[in-house]
Design a protein around this ligand. Structure first.
Ligand SMILES: [Zn+2]
Length: 387
């Protein structure tokens, strides 16, 4: 990672981007495309708000009663910070509980106008099937519902929002300006066919002027290869929301190196994602300037983790020292001890981009929002890409 970027105190940042309540009022004063990667403890919830104020949320965090309420509240905090009074579009990448789990609770707290998904659940699981047949159907029957296909555009004022993967299919025709041969395909090692919902993930490429974001949900490596090889059909990316919480069944070099992102943000948990293999792939990615994480992952250990200033959240009961060596993920089962808990105050990582490609990454924990390092505000501003 290169560190030759401007470090500036951020005391005024929150005030600078504070918007009055209401989508329409916010739209009058907002000038940046704001992205909030919300901490939902190794699930996903990423909120996108362009200057028009027309918002898109990808996923709603975790299932289980307390986690769903916790995660819905955390998403609401980001929506309030952005001055939103509704979610205009909700993309559910796939039917796993760490992606749709907080939806019912969120829908009780804020109107959602448009529901987007890949179609039916292909991995029978009572929690998902019951929700899709009842709660979800009830929600979208009162709103708009779209089953996304690769190549679709989601109409969002001020953004070019393209679907590049859905229901196991990938984009066939390159996006504008993309389609060059991808040299990172050479190292690709296929994995066994993924019959889970992960390979069904709805993947998006979002463009705001010269600034581009990739969010592919939990898409796994064989589908990454189909999308990225032999030619890169999505092009060059500024911000990569790391796939699948930083698990190694996703995040091949064909994808991570192929998109050549400048900044990556990983939605990992305290013992989920941040695998050494993925950390190595990210660190060796050409042009990557910074990697940010929702949490320190025990599976990274200090060997592979990023410095603390790039980590948004701590633990409810901080440990005196973090392990140096990466921990092996314990086999799942009833006797597995729970991962270190974090149900207390949570912080997002926020990216604010301008149409010329300039963008700022803010760690809310350390940027004057009440975190333990509020006096050491850390944020990073970058000019447009030079090459
Ligand atoms: Zn997931």
């Amino acid at each position: 990672m290169r560190m030759n970027v401007l470090l500036t105190a951020a005391a005024g940042l929150a005030a600078l981007f504070f918007q009055p309540a209401g989508n329409d009022a916010a739209a009058q004063t907002r000038t940046t495309f704001d992205i909030y990667v919300v901490d939902v403890e190794g699930g996903n919830a990423t909120l996108f708000v362009p200057p028009s104020g027309e918002s898109v949320l990808i996923d709603t965090g975790n299932l289980a009663p307390e986690a769903a309420i916790r995660d819905a509240e955390r998403i609401m905090a980001a929506a309030k910070d952005a001055g939103l009074t509704r979610i205009d579009h909700l993309i559910t990448t796939h039917w796993h509980g760490d992606h749709f789990g907080g939806m019912a609770e969120l829908a009780k707290r804020i109107p959602i106008r448009h529901f987007i998904d890949h179609g039916p659940n292909i991995q029978p699981f009572a929690g998902a099937d019951e929700f899709i047949a009842n709660g979800y159907k009830e929600l979208y029957s009162k709103a708009k519902h779209t089953v996304a296909k690769p190549g679709d555009s989601i109409p969002v004022a001020g953004l070019d929002w393209r679907i590049v993967t859905s229901a196991g299919e990938v984009l066939k025709t390159p996006l504008a300006g993309a389609g060059a041969p991808n040299p990172s395909c050479a190292s690709f090692k296929p994995q066994p066919v993924d019959t889970t919902e992960n390979a069904q993930s709805v993947g998006s490429i979002v463009t705001f002027g010269k600034f581009r974001v990739a969010h592919l949900g939990d898409l796994t490596v064989n589908k990454e290869f189909e999308l990225m090889c032999p030619n890169n059909r999505v092009g060059t990316i500024d911000l990569f929301v790391v796939s699948h919480h930083g698990l190694a069944v996703s995040n091949s070099e064909a994808l991570v190196h192929g998109i050549h992102s400048r900044v990556a943000i990983m939605n990992n948990g305290t013992r989920k994602g941040g695998l050494p293999e993925v950390m190595k792939t990210l660190y060796s990615s050409p042009g990557l300037e910074d990697l940010w994480q929702m949490h320190f992952s025990l599976l990274s250990g200090q060997e592979y983790t990023v410095p603390g200033m790039f980590i948004a959240n701590l633990l409810d009961e901080p440990s005196a020292a973090m392990p140096v060596a990466p921990m092996a993920a314990p086999p799942p089962g009833p006797s597995t001890p729970p991962p270190p808990a974090h149900n207390g105050p949570a912080y997002w990582i926020k990216v604010s981009a301008q149409a010329d490609g300039t963008f700022t990454v803010t760690n809310a924990r350390s940027a004057g929002q009440g975190g333990p390092t509020a006096d050491r505000a850390q944020w990073r501003k970058r000019g447009p890409r030079r090459c």
